[in-house]
Write a protein that binds this ligand. Sequence first.
Ligand code: PMP
Ligand code: GLN
Length: 371
Amino acid sequence: MGTTIFTVMSKLANENKAINLSQGFPNFDCSPALRELVSFHLNDGKNQYVPMAGLPSLRDSIAEKVSICYGKTINPSSEITITAGATQALFTAIAAFVSKGDEVILIDPSYDSYRPAVEVMGGIPVAYELEAPNFKINWSNFENLVTEKTKMIIINTPHNPIGKTLKKEDLLALEKIVCNKDIIILSDEVYEHLIYDNQSHQSVLSFPALYKKSLITYSFGKTFHNTGWKIGYCIGPAELMHEFRKVHQFNVFSVNSFVQYALADFLKDASNYLSLPIFYQQKRDALNSFLKGSSLKPLKSEGTYFQLFDYSAISDLPDTEFAKWLTIEHGVASIPISVFYAKAKQSTCVRLCFAKTEETLEKAAIILRGL
Ligand code: PMP
Ligand code: GLN
């Protein structure tokens, strides 16, 4: 197994002093009010274990957020577990349900932690491939991949790396496919608030029949601009969450205490997360306007803090080579998308991260316009 592309490209960016639009993290700080809350609780002695499933007041704040965002009532004691980021939530969900020989359907390009997690449990990843430039799911073709052995389907909306969102029709089609089957849906919704052009996020939480079969993963790192804190959570119906916690208790037990106290307080002001779509939409639009006149062709980003650009007017190199060339020769780091497919894939797209200050985006765009 190789090293994750995010480590590879950030290392190359650092070695070449390139502007790093590869790995997805903001280059601006998180809210001063949130940092003050963390420091307050750290110094207030909140330094010992919290309950295994997470601090009760944080789970209450999350249940309140779910009610505000999706009009759904969930039980904070039995349906929410706080995790060490979404990566751990995903891994734990897979470990709890996937055993040797089980098939797991992934939608490629898929986020890079899914496939190894399935494989390490002895599961068999089965890929449904999305095709550029529309990346639409044909649900009847998708259904052909479902067999007696299908244990889990992993979906991701808004989608990293392509920046597309699943629509209501998609979720209804998925619901129809799994309704009478013993299949778990693992829905990665870490970019739930990074959604643009007045769309609303179609969460599995809004589809009662799907929710019964689902575990959903979230990341505070994405929502509150602190990817380094590695705190997230998993939501799911009590019976599935019970199984999830059987693994969680032995691979993490409980997540760091004082940040949980701080997040419990910070979540009480809904504007802290409801303001995100406009905040990031402005960054997406700034990057696109800075890149006007460039030979990079944008593929519209509907969500996430990523956007794909087709570079075929500039180079014939495969995307992994193009991304290296762009970093080393021109000082802008990006992420190639072919690495998110199981089968070797020809791609002429790279992903740029726009979770950056406008100054950084403009500097990068000046270089990119010169290609
Ligand atoms: N899922 C997706 C789609 C992601 O982009 C990321 C990247 N952060 C994660 C999961 C992992 O989130 P975390 O950093 O909270 O582990
Ligand atoms: N999710 C981030 C991205 O897609 C990276 C996370 C990581 O580095 N593991 O760029």
